[in-house]
Design a protein around this ligand. Structure first.
Ligand SMILES: Cc1cc2nc3c(=O)[nH]c(=O)nc-3n(C[C@H](O)[C@H](O)[C@H](O)COP(=O)(O)OP(=O)(O)OC[C@H]3O[C@@H](n4cnc5c(N)ncnc54)[C@H](O)[C@@H]3O)c2cc1C
Length: 531
């Protein structure tokens, strides 16, 4: 099944907004119903593909026949942009400026190399396309029109499972649930559960240094990766000969986070763990975000480490965003304070032990156990929030998220700076927002902050949000945060990434790009400025 082309996920799972939320939108935020309905797929006017006959034949030869080179309007629309709110707003308006010339579906590493050769011969740019869930403009290159979207869905096999070493080698086009199902047959799990889990792919996770909701226990995706194969216009780069090595800088780190700009990831070797026998999620309540953050820090630094550890601020707790299936329910209960979701996965003995130790720490930090219900509700609704965003857009609201990370000592200042930037910009533009935040990932030395913003759309919703987002980006850099903790750079964060990495850092990365992709075919303008 394909994902909804101008929204999120499975159309059958559309989630209407509860009355409490609709009322809140109208009364608190002044949201007005949309005047223009979304343009239906069949009415979108897509310009004819600029692919000429010779280029088409070369691409067909590369992937074993015409069935795997698609230039029909619907396929091209379905590979236009990703799933950020501006992406969805543009799709709903029928804007096809970023539509690829063709969608090409290779089945093997050698076919990817052949496609790259064909693109080089015919002057076509190429953008790797995994699940299409990018929220940073990673699928919309600077070269409009003449580019190929390389859809990796046919590369969806488990290539190897080494049970002695506990590693698995996966093809990049496997969606996360497909990868988990293949591993579960043999008793293993990857443990990577981002909110985009149901649609995003193994290659996409590696390319963007993704981080999942159980990162406290399983680590970020880039911590799970042991080896990668990269197909580039200059040949194949193989990394990961041993789990750890002192043989020079770690080339795996050059591939991870390269977002398609250095090559196409064609296989990923990851660490796997036994499927947990026990999963237990519970809720803890703290008087304030500050108090809860201190408790999370204690656990992250001194343990015992839960598998899932997240903390909503006061506004997010009140709205109930941590439990999307019951959103709005806390409004009537007027719940106070901040909710933390704390989860444990593993064996009975291990989870019992860690849970008891963590409870002692949380209690000592002022936390009150509120039972398993909030944890179970979070677990049940953990992939539902993106459906609510579609309903919010349909209702005329603007809803978007952004994320960053910093060291523990800077968390309070970063939190305040981003909230102020978003609130100030949107209020100044006449659409006061609701700004919610949670600590989404914790480390010994710091944490990530994940913000959700809801407001009225203003006259031009894309321009309206872009102004607020730019103000937040400036606030992040000024407060010492990173421009992205897990969404990646894409095109949206590129100009701030250039400032974060510094001139020398960017020049070093450009030199890498020049050696792997001298003609600049790969994702021009993504990650690095286009030449
Ligand atoms: C609702 C929603 C929730 C999200 N939640 C999370 C979350 O919890 N954690 C998180 O980390 N991210 C999250 N994201 C962001 C996104 O899902 C991740 O960036 C994900 O890793 C992208 O995977 P994908 O397969 O969809 O890649 P795509 O969106 O298809 O591609 C992303 C980028 O990687 C490149 N790329 C893809 N595959 C390859 C490959 N094989 N080789 C080289 N380059 C490649 C693309 O060209 C593009 O630049 C969320 C996004 C949405 C819309």
């Amino acid at each position: 099944m394909d994902m909804l082309w101008n929204g999120w996920g499975d159309p059958a799972r559309a989630t209407p907004l509860p009355d409490t939320v609709t009322g809140l939108l109208r009364e608190l935020l002044g949201v007005q119903p949309r005047e223009a309905a979304a343009v239906p797929l069949e009415e979108i006017d897509v310009p004819a593909s600029p692919l000429d006959e010779a280029a088409r034949r070369a691409l067909e030869d590369a992937v074993g026949g015409p069935g795997h080179v698609r230039t029909d309007a619907e396929t091209r629309i379905r590979h236009t942009r990703g799933k950020s709110t501006p992406d969805l707003l543009r799709m709903r308006a029928g804007d096809t400026a970023d539509t690829p010339a063709a969608v090409v579906l290779p089945a093997a590493h050698e076919e990817v190399l052949a496609v790259l050769e064909a693109c080089a011969a015919h002057g076509l740019a190429l953008v790797p396309f995994g699940g299409g869930t990018s929220v940073v403009g990673g699928l919309a290159p600077a070269r409009r029109g003449g580019f190929v979207a390389l859809d990796l869905r046919r590369m969806n096999r488990l290539l190897d499972l080494d049970e002695t070493s506990r590693t698995a080698t996966l093809q990049p086009g496997l969606r996360a649930p497909e990868a988990e199902a293949l591993l579960a047959e043999r008793g293993y799990t990857l443990g990577h559960f981002p909110q985009s889990y149901e649609w995003a792919t193994i290659g996409g996770f590696a390319a963007t240094r993704s981080s999942g909701q159980a990162s406290a226990g399983y680590g970020r995706f880039d911590e799970m990766v042991l080896g990668l194969t990269l197909a580039t216009p200059e040949g194949t780069l193989d990394t990961g000969r041993a789990p750890r090595s002192a043989a020079g800088p770690d080339l795996r780190q050059l591939v991870m986070g390269s977002e398609g700009a250095f090559g196409v990831i064609t296989s990923v070797t990851v660490r796997v763990r036994p499927v947990p026998r026990v999963r237990r999620y519970e809720g803890w309540r703290f008087a304030s975000f500050e108090e809860g953050a201190a408790a999370l820090r204690r656990l992250a630094q001194d343990g015992p480490r839960p598998t899932v550890l997240r903390l909503s601020d006061e506004t997010e707790t009140l709205i109930g965003l941590a439990q999307p299936d019951a959103i709005g329910a806390s409004l009537t209960r007027q719940d106070a304070g901040c909710l933390a979701v704390v989860g444990f996965e593993g064996t009975e003995e291990d989870t019992t032990h860690r849970r008891a130790g963590a409870a002692d720490v949380l209690r000592a930090c002022g936390g009150v156990l509120v039972g398993t219900e909030p944890g179970e509700r979070w677990a049940h609704g953990r992939y539902s929030a993106p459906y609510l965003r579609d309903s919010l857009l349909e209702a005329g609201a603007l809803a978007e998220t952004l994320e960053t990370a910093t060291y523990w000592s800077r968390v309070p200042a970063l939190y305040a700076a981003v909230r102020d930037a978003l609130t100030g910009t949107l209020t100044g533009a006449g659409t006061p927002p609701l700004v919610m935040c949670h600590i989404s990932h914790v480390y010994e030395n710091g944490a990530s902050l994940y913000f959700t913003v809801v407001s009225a759309q203003g006259d031009d919703a894309v321009a309206h949000w872009t102004r607020a987002k730019h103000a937040a980006n400036e606030a992040i850099l000024a407060a010492g945060g990173t421009i992205t903790h897990h969404h990646g750079v894409g095109t949206d964060h590129r100009d701030w990434y250039v400032r974060e990495a510094g001139a020398l850092g960017i020049e070093a990365l450009r030199a890498v790009k020049r050696s792997l992709d001298p003609a600049g075919l790969l994702s021009p303008g993504v990650l690095l400025p286009a030449d």
